[in-house]
Design a protein. Structure first.
Length: 421
């Protein structure tokens, strides 16, 4: 039996008169309230990007010739520097440090190694057509990481401060690792991460943690010629569930899904389409959000359908959020955007009736990746493709977002990074 933490007498709740029906949402509200209180009394210290210190590497690393070359080996190639910030329950956040990229030191009994107290984010920085570096909606990632941290009992922080630290790292490493003469559509992948570091066994919320940010190369995953082929999840395996942590970006969401993914790939498919419940609700494609476009049987209206967020079953993807917003804005009157639960049986029925238009997966890694086929219990469900590159709407939406990322369109979602030469 696992050792337990020292038993302490529970303290009376500070937030009284609340219904115990939505503890996750309440926890987030309480943590944000606590941050506001910290600003007033200054103890313990809150995360403060303005205090960032700089220790530049004395051993600069060579820049790979291309993303493909960088990803050819077994290790992720990262830039010269990373940012680290320690946290302690009594003293709060320490001074953020920009330091040379390298190993972290952890005790074998660190919380993260035994109790999965870990969360992370994934976003990219792009070299625009105008020569400037841009981040795509980094504040959304910072906000989501706060939600994940609270769900996994790690410390809270002001999202804007995390965004500033991400910008600071790219200001230093961006000019070298994503130079102005980089090939078109070049990017770096950023991975903000937080782990519980308290070196004490026992099932408890860690009293020490470490936030770190790295930047490196990620393989291009959005260009499957002919579209992605998905295999629905097996009946004896589920990736996320209502009341769980599918809405949080924590490592425990991913490791248990790998077995099904490997099996699907061995059968010639690219990813798993995760179904939920006995009804077979469509949720996510691999670790990406999933969209289906079809014509409504009742009205004939073209609908872009994706799983909802209100049950906290799926991740609130930044790419997903952007697709929903842009489609509602730019396809109004042509396409109805619908966020609701829908089943694989509905998809099969739409296929049988000729109402399927197209489908695609969306996320930071895959970006917008058209889907050409879903295999479910021995049956193939093909999706129309306008060309080998994808369907009409997937390509249009992908183009809109890409234009913002690379500066072809001047948009508030594209945050320009000031560069230190």
């Amino acid at each position: 039996m696992a050792p337990s933490a020292t038993t302490e007498t529970p303290k009376p709740a500070e937030h009284k008169g609340e219904q115990d029906v939505d503890l996750t949402a309440q926890a987030i509200e309480h943590k944000l309230s606590d941050i506001a209180k910290l600003k007033q009394n200054g103890s313990p210290k809150e995360l403060d990007a303005s205090k960032l210190t700089y220790e530049y590497t004395k051993s600069p690393r060579p820049v790979p010739a291309s993303i493909e070359a960088a990803c050819a080996g077994a290790e992720t190639i990262c830039t010269d520097h990373m940012i680290t910030v320690a946290w302690d329950a009594e003293t709060g956040w320490a001074t953020p440090e920009l330091r040379p990229y390298g190993p972290l030191s952890l005790m074998p009994t660190a919380s993260v190694l035994h109790y999965a107290t870990e969360c992370f984010e994934g976003l990219k920085v792009y070299r625009g057509v105008d020569g400037r570096l841009r981040l795509f909606r980094p504040y959304c990632n910072a906000q989501r990481m706060l939600t994940s941290a609270i769900r996994i009992s790690l410390p809270a922080f002001e999202p804007k401060e995390l965004e500033k630290l991400i910008v600071a790292l790219m200001s230093v490493d961006g000019p070298k690792w994503l130079p102005r003469d980089a090939p078109p559509n070049s990017y770096l992948y950023l991975r903000p991460t937080m782990i519980g570091t308290q070196a004490q066994l026992g099932v408890q919320a860690p009293k020490q943690a470490l936030l770190f940010i790295t930047a490196g190369y990620l393989p291009r995953l959005d260009s499957v010629v002919g579209g992605m082929r998905l295999h629905t999840s097996p009946e004896d395996m589920v990736r996320a569930w209502v009341g769980g942590f599918g809405f949080a970006k924590v490592g425990a969401n991913y490791g248990p899904s790998l077995q099904a993914t490997l099996e699907a790939k061995s059968r010639g498919f690219h990813q798993v389409l995760w179904l939920y419940g006995s009804e077979g609700y469509c949720t996510e494609a691999g670790a990406s959000n999933f969209f289906v476009m079809l014509k409504s049987r009742e009205t004939g209206q073209l609908q872009l359908i994706t799983a909802p967020l209100d049950d906290r079953l799926i991740l609130d993807g930044v790419t997903r959020r952007s697709i929903v917003q842009l489609a509602r804005e730019r396809l109004a009157g042509e396409v109805e955007v619908v966020e609701r639960r829908y089943t694989i049986a509905e998809v099969i029925e739409a296929h049988a009736e000729g109402r399927l238009v197209e489908a695609f997966a969306a996320g930071t890694a895959y970006f917008v990746a058209p889907v050409s086929l879903v295999h479910h219990r021995g049956q193939d469900i093909p999706f129309p493709m306008e060309s080998a590159a994808g369907g009409k709407y997937a390509l249009q939406i992908k183009s809109w977002i890409s234009d913002i990322m690379y500066g072809r369109e001047d948009h508030a979602w594209g945050l320009v990074v000031p560069e230190k030469e």
